[in-house]
Design a binder for this molecule. Sequence first.
Ligand code: SF4
Length: 312
Amino acid sequence: MSETHYHHLRDLPSRHILGTGTPMCAGCGGLATLHQVYDLMGEKCVIVNGASCLTLLSVYPYTPFRGSWLYTAMACAPAGAQGVRDGLDILKKKGRISEAEDLEVVVLTGDGSAYGMGLSATSGAMDRNLDFLYLCYDNEGYGNTGQQFSPATPHAAHTATSKGPKGYPGYKKDLFGIWAAHQPSYVATVVAAEPLDLARKIERARSLTGPRLILALAPCPTGWDYEPSATVEIGKLAVQTGIWPLKEYVDGRVVHTKIPHPRLKVEEYLKAQGRFRHLFAPRENREMIAEIQAGVDRYWQQVEQEQEQPRS
Ligand code: SF4
């Protein structure tokens, strides 16, 4: 593993290069993630933006991006990235641009694309070993159209299409595991509330070539029903309760970059959000809360067991 340049918060970029005054909701965790990633990467990249909330950042002729961007449909951002990467490579080969003028290709989508509609295009891009970085801001639903459930929605959450006493009956898809099964260059989970961890992972991802995923939990005040000022607190609770494990896959190994200790009860995270209010009122649904806690406990028990096993 390479040495990091980010040891303290003071090592992080001290100014935002993404313009202000965007149409995103106040407290948007996806926008907070993009700010941090864009500051770290700089403007020498092409953002290939699959339709999502953050598409509103690139509505002609206004955009806060300083460099290039391309807007695609939900399912095909990795295909758009292939076209951009090929175009840049051809320009370099013909001597029309120099190595120094080359641009990094970054796919930016929400979870609807990354976990669902765009997964086949993503899998194909990994099969072709496309050199790109995929940034998914995961707000666990189709936020742009009113927070219908997506394949990233957690069990029991209320969404526009999963109301009722039990909320969403399905379970969040393991996108980290799906990517890792393709054996790409890099896969990592991040959250904007942990900016040092995020910066180190962007640094690591950029030191590699090939397909690389940065999967960011993106607390969403509008869809998750909480006050915009609580976005950082909710991001931290996701990590402290173990609901959102911070980890990375590199060289065929999964490493957890932050192990919550002591691990808070999942209630701390759930009760802070209106989308889980039905688990606490009018009556506490102990059975469903216990089921969610058991799933998190199982995950971390498995992590501990794997850590105890001697490495061959
Ligand atoms: S709906 Fe959620 S993800 Fe979309 S802009 Fe608003 S806060 Fe951000």
